[in-house]
Design a protein around this ligand. Structure first.
Ligand code: SAM
Length: 270
């Protein structure tokens, strides 16, 4: 499914600003049909356009996360209020909107991605259950080596939504942003200590594991069962689920995939 895709973003300390310009190693604008290895009856239509940033194309971690959710949480997310961080073109969230029954969803990213998220919502005709808005994990203040990063409070729409499920695919690639992404996750657990975060990223350098260290200190971190784990692990892809320590690691929208032990949902969420 993803063999024609570029590898994940380069780990250049200036990658966030580069994300705002066309990157030669990324794909051109175009439309991809993605059915997550047959888990969606009708493929998602994803318009890709990297002119607004690296989120303008789909990435391996988003594909793994989307497939995991479709396969193991098709019915388990019923009634869930879902928020996607760093949604890019919306691959993961839109897969959930199309394949998981009865959830409502907010796709979020930086301002540059807003039009693409909205475009893909329209393409897939899921506007009645999915919205898009800007949620910055941080704002750069100043320029050059003296740049500092400052966190932003959660937008009002997110505070009102009080998400119980948070999705993040391929959001670990810029080390200075790790504390700010952590702060955003903290704020989301403050809002709802029963929330569960599904988090998938591709490790490209050792520093990426610092994020996992930080997460393990702050949250209950689990590795949900997934029959593809041996395959994606070999590609340095990590799939985790975070829960609040205060909630004792429990959540209504359990991270434990059903179906593995023959109970709950079937392998294909049936
Ligand atoms: C590699 S892309 C992943 C896109 C998508 N989740 C996927 O898996 O295909 C990372 C995304 O994180 C977003 N991002 C990076 N820094 C951010 C920040 N400080 N606040 C909000 N989003 C950010 C980028 O705009 C980009 O869309």
């Amino acid at each position: 499914m993803d063999e024609d895709r570029s590898p994940s973003p380069e780990l250049n300390p200036v990658s966030v600003s580069e994300d705002l310009t066309p990157l030669p190693n990324l794909k051109r604008a175009g439309k991809a049909d993605i059915d997550f290895d047959g888990l969606l009856d009708q493929p998602l239509k994803i318009h890709e356009d990297v002119r607004s940033g690296c989120g303008g194309q789909t990435w391996p971690a988003g594909l793994v996360l989307g497939k995991h959710l479709l396969r193991y949480h098709k019915h388990g997310l019923q009634g869930a209020k879902i928020l996607e961080l760093g949604a890019g073109g919306g691959l993961v969230g839109l897969a959930v909107a199309r394949g998981c029954v009865g959830s409502t969803l907010l796709l979020t990213d930086q301002d540059e991605m807003l039009q693409l998220m909205r475009h893909n919502i329209r393409l897939n005709e899921v506007g009645s259950t999915v919205g898009a808005l800007v949620l910055n994990w941080y704002v750069p203040i100043g320029m050059g080596p003296s740049t500092i990063l400052s966190g932003e409070p959660l937008p009002d729409d997110v505070v009102q939504q009080r998400p119980d499920v948070v999705l993040a695919g391929e959001c670990v690639y810029f080390e200075p942003a790790f504390p700010l992404l952590m702060k955003t996750l903290h704020d989301l657990f403050e809002l709802n200590e029963d929330a569960v975060v599904y988090f998938c990223f591709k490790k490209r350098r050792r520093a990426d594991m610092q994020f996992v260290k930080m997460a393990k200190k702050a949250f209950v971190v689990e590795e949900p069962l997934d029959e593809d784990r041996p395959i994606f692990s070999r590609q340095s892809l990590f799939l985790f689920c975070f829960k609040s320590k205060r909630a004792g690691g429990t959540s209504k929208h359990s991270a434990r995939p059903t179906g593995i032990n023959g109970e709950g949902e079937g392998k294909n969420g049936s």
